[in-house]
Design a protein around this ligand. Structure first.
Ligand SMILES: *Cc1c(COP(=O)(O)O)cnc(C)c1O
Ligand SMILES: [Zn+2]
Length: 416
């Protein structure tokens, strides 16, 4: 395996284990290029399935179980918290609400730090430690911070996170603090926080935003796990929220590699969903533009996807084109309603995740997705990630108050 420039016209090759995150020749993002596979599709499918019964920590991880498609590390260098292997849960009320007979949720919020970022972070931190990094850093809308802090703590590496001041759920800040991260608040949006971090980069600092190609390798396994769960038959649509677009890029790469290796016959269409006030990819997609149409002041109550200049937009467009997918936006009110419906299914998620159900309904109503299509919605974060949002929502009833009943002693009860 090696690193390669993600721009096909450049395609510069670099050695795998190194600090460069951008192509030194053209400045584009890098990606991990797969080596040659030594196994047939059938052998791989059986190998991966059988690993579910193994006691090896790598086999128990829903990421490292698929390590034939990941960078190779000595077994004891791998930093894992047993991430992945989340269930696929059918939506019942959600299906009725969206007008779909077959919608399932792949709930990545049911991971060690309650967010999908763990799947990428197990690989990112493993690589950081492999390279001997002392400090890892990221800019974050909250969840990357928590995930990086947890995995860094496991690896014995210091963690430093840059957050947009006042724009991150307090639950997420608390989580990163608990794992012992150093937190730096930056005035302005996530994009400003990321810019600020980029100016801090030094030889001791290992950069773990989704610009990092190793993180995307881990996130790829979401598609592996999903397709394995479905007996390697693709659903018609996979719907995913889009912020910095690392997930979208990783899913596209996964589907390309699985199709090329002959593990699946057809790929699902990828649908990327953004909030109307933070929709740079949707604008770019609609305009058919070759330049990113940046949103200068992104606005949405779904703070995890409040991003105006996503770094992986080119990779995301490539994923949409390859899978025959599309990009769509939904309003904050549609997100709030969809979130409450997912809650009523006994599942729950954070606001950004609920964009998926809101978009599914919109696409069914508009006639793009047929009612009998099979749809998998990717829920990216846990319901407890943003509790303020829930208590403020107009789709949840406020708790009611009653006078407490008088408590009587057992002696009084007997005297009656
Ligand atoms: C990070 C995050 C997203 C956005 O993912 P990208 O890979 O940046 O597009 C969506 N939802 C939640 C809950 C997140 O934490
Ligand atoms: Zn290049």
């Amino acid at each position: 395996m090696y690193l390669r420039c993600s721009d096909e016209r450049c395609a510069m090759k670099l050695e795998l284990h190194q600090r460069a995150l951008m192509c030194p020749r053209c400045g584009e993002l890098l990606e991990v290029a797969a080596g040659t596979l030594m196994f047939s599709p059938q052998v791989l499918k059986e190998l991966w399935w059988n690993r579910r019964c193994s006691r090896d920590p790598r086999d128990r991880s829903g990421v490292w179980r698929f390590r034939e498609f990941l960078p190779d590390y000595p077994p004891r260098d791998i930093v894992t918290l047993g991430e992945g292997n989340v269930p696929l849960v059918p939506g019942i009320k959600s299906g009725a609400w969206a007008g779909l007979s077959d919608i399932r949720f792949q709930h990545l919020g049911w991971n060690p730090t309650a967010c999908f970022k763990d799947l990428g972070m197990t690989v990112g931190i493993t690589e950081a430690r492999f390279q001997g990094a002392r400090t890892v850093a990221c800019a974050s809308t909250g969840n990357t911070a928590g995930s990086m802090a947890a995995y860094a703590a496991r690896a014995g590496i210091a963690a430093r996170v840059y957050l947009p001041a006042g724009a991150v759920s307090p639950n997420k800040v608390a989580q990163a603090l608990d794992y012992g991260a150093e937190i730096i608040e930056v005035k302005g949006s996530f994009d400003r926080a990321l810019e600020t971090l980029r100016h801090q980069a030094g030889p001791d600092l290992y950069f773990l935003n989704s610009i990092n190609p190793f993180r995307l390798e881990g996130q790829k396994t979401v598609m592996f796990e999903l397709l394995e769960e479905l007996g390697w038959r693709s659903p018609d649509y996979v719907v995913v929220p889009g912020g910095n677009l690392g997930n979208t890029a990783a899913f596209g790469k996964a589907l390309y590699e699985l199709k090329t290796a002959g593990l699946i016959a057809k790929v699902p269409r990828l649908v990327v969903v953004q909030a109307e006030g933070a929709n740079p990819l949707v604008r770019t997609w609609r305009a058919g533009s070759d330049e990113l149409l940046v949103v200068n002041e992104p606005r949405t109550a779904a703070t995890a996807i409040r991003i105006g200049a996503p770094v992986s937009w080119k990779k995301a467009l490539k994923a949409l084109r390859f899978t025959g997918g599309l990009a769509i936006d939904v309003t904050d009110d549609e997100i709030a309603e969809a979130k409450s419906v997912i809650g009523r299914d006994g599942i729950g998620c954070e606001p950004a995740s609920a964009t998926t159900l809101a978009a599914a309904r919109k696409l069914v109503r508009g006639g793009t997705i047929p009612r009998d299509a099979s749809v998998v919605a990717i829920l990216t974060g846990h319901v407890l990630k943003d509790t303020d949002y829930i208590t403020r929502s107009r789709y949840t009833a406020a708790p009611s108050e009653v006078e407490a009943a008088a408590v009587r002693s057992s002696a009084e009860v007997q005297a009656d």
